[in-house]
Design a protein around this ligand. Structure first.
Ligand code: UGA
Length: 425
């Protein structure tokens, strides 16, 4: 089927590549011509495993263009995957979606199925319908199909999803959506059809629930430190309870990225419009914001408030491993605060860049001459740092925000080790 995807960011690009991989003819549209030109030569704007291979192997039916008219002609379905950031006042900014809708109104064939992949406020499709009715005589089916892929495993998440949510009451739109997802060979019970408002709510609820899980574990971890309990054991004890599950139980310096912080704030704001308080989600947000502050304070307290001229090796800039994304990354707060107090920071990340810090090429250079080590992201390669390397730190102190060394008994080797949710004996 000919499919058009508008908005070639994380979600749009992953979806487009996967639709092409399963055999659809896919037209990718974006305003950023430079990005599209690079993609034409298989140069990716982001680091994401498996993307390069798909783009190279599917060039016969994967097109990148700014020509929206050409992309929309004879298409049956058009996916919108533009950003929906949060405004200063907490509202979801859907401006980009309306901009795209103007183009769709002009160029899409009548009856095209318009699929919203972006995370949008509940009730948004009806607003789009009213907008179309006001500005055109065309008729479109508007469907919500929220995306659940994670950065770092975007391709596998899209190709082998745990569920696909299709939000529409229109039989015709359902048929087209099922045709689009047919080549993915999913079990029937993984495709959930529901009304559009519920589909939009599932997305916010899923991200908020996961954020809650993380904030919950972070609170328990903080209490573990006070009570001499061990968060790793709590995690093991919870994970085997199938009602709880073993995922998203890692305590740390809080969740970041472009989704959890944005979507938790958005749903709280949406609820306010209905005079409803989402107390649990609001608390998850507050716990998350405090978590990074507590971690930074722990470092400052260790040095009795004086970190001027101290050199910190900071490992990890990305908000999580296997991505080069630094949006809402806890590392940036650490860099900003410690630098403002006069500390020197040498940062290393295998993929991510941040311009306001001295960034070095490898772990060795980050550790060279450093007084203290901070772990902000749990990249695999950080886990293999040897005891000998750590012992070279001038102050022999490590603040591990991701608990990667929690089971290595570092204190036995003359190191002072601080993690989240366990006091070293
Ligand atoms: C998240 C959701 O997991 C996806 O399902 C969703 O599609 C996506 O948002 C989105 O809305 O687009 P993502 O932000 O890519 O995906 O990354 P996650 O793997 O969910 O991690 C988010 C944050 O939580 C990271 O900062 C990570 O370090 C943190 N985290 C995760 C923890 O602190 N503890 C954990 O146990 C798990």
């Amino acid at each position: 089927m000919k499919i058009c995807v508008i908005g070639i960011g994380y979600v749009g690009l992953s979806a487009a590549l996967c639709f092409a991989k399963v055999g659809h003819e896919v037209f990718c549209v974006d305003k950023d011509e430079n990005k599209l030109n690079k993609l034409k030569s298989s140069i990716l704007p982001i680091y994401e495993p498996k993307m390069e291979e798909i783009i190279k192997n599917n060039s016969s039916h994967l097109f990148f263009t700014t020509d929206i008219k050409k992309a929309l002609s004879e298409t049956k379905a058009c996916f919108i995957a533009v950003g929906t950031p949060t405004k200063e006042n907490g509202e979801v900014d859907t401006f980009a979606t309306f901009e795209v809708m103007d183009e769709i109104i002009k160029y899409a064939p009548n009856e095209t199925v318009i699929v919203n992949k972006s995370t949008v406020p509940i009730g948004f499709n009806e607003k789009l319908r009213q907008y179309v009715a006001k500005n055109s005589s065309k008729n479109f089916e508007i469907v919500s199909n929220p995306e659940f892929l994670k950065q770092g495993s975007a391709i596998d998440d899209f190709l082998y999803p745990e569920r696909v949510i299709i939000g529409t009451n229109s039989k015709k739109a359902q048929e087209i959506m099922l045709e689009i997802y047919k080549p993915f060979n999913l079990d029937e019970d993984k495709i959930l059809i529901m009304d559009e408002n519920s589909a939009q709510m599932v997305k916010y609820a899923a991200n908020s629930f996961l954020a809650l899980k993380i904030s919950f574990m972070n609170e328990i971890a903080n209490l573990c430190e006070k009570t001499n309990a061990n968060i790793e054991d709590i995690k093991r004890g919870l994970a085997l309870d199938s009602r709880i599950g073993d995922k998203f139980l890692n305590a740390g310096i809080g969740y970041g990225g472009s989704c959890f912080p944005k979507d938790t704030k958005a749903i709280v704001n949406i609820a306010k419009n209905y005079k409803t308080d989402l107390k649990t989600i609001q608390s998850a947000i507050e716990v998350n914001e405090n978590q990074i502050e507590k971690f930074i304070q722990k470092i400052i307290d260790f040095y009795n408030g004086n970190i001027k001229n101290k050199t910190f090796a900071l490992l990890g800039i990305a908000f999580k491993p296997n991505t080069n994304d630094t949006r809402e990354a806890p590392s940036i707060k650490i860099i900003q605060k410690l630098s403002s107090l006069g500390a020197k920071i040498k940062a290393y990340d295998p993929k991510a860049q941040y311009s306001n810090v001295e960034q070095v090429e490898n772990i060795e250079n980050a550790l060279l001459g450093a007084d203290c080590l901070i772990i902000a992201t749990e990249w695999e390669e950080f886990k293999n740092i040897s005891i000998e390397q750590l012992q070279k730190l001038n102050d022999k102190v490590i603040f591990d925000g991701r608990n990667i060394f929690i089971n290595r008994n570092l204190n036995k080797y003359g190191l002072k080790y601080f993690c989240i949710g366990k006091n070293e004996q």
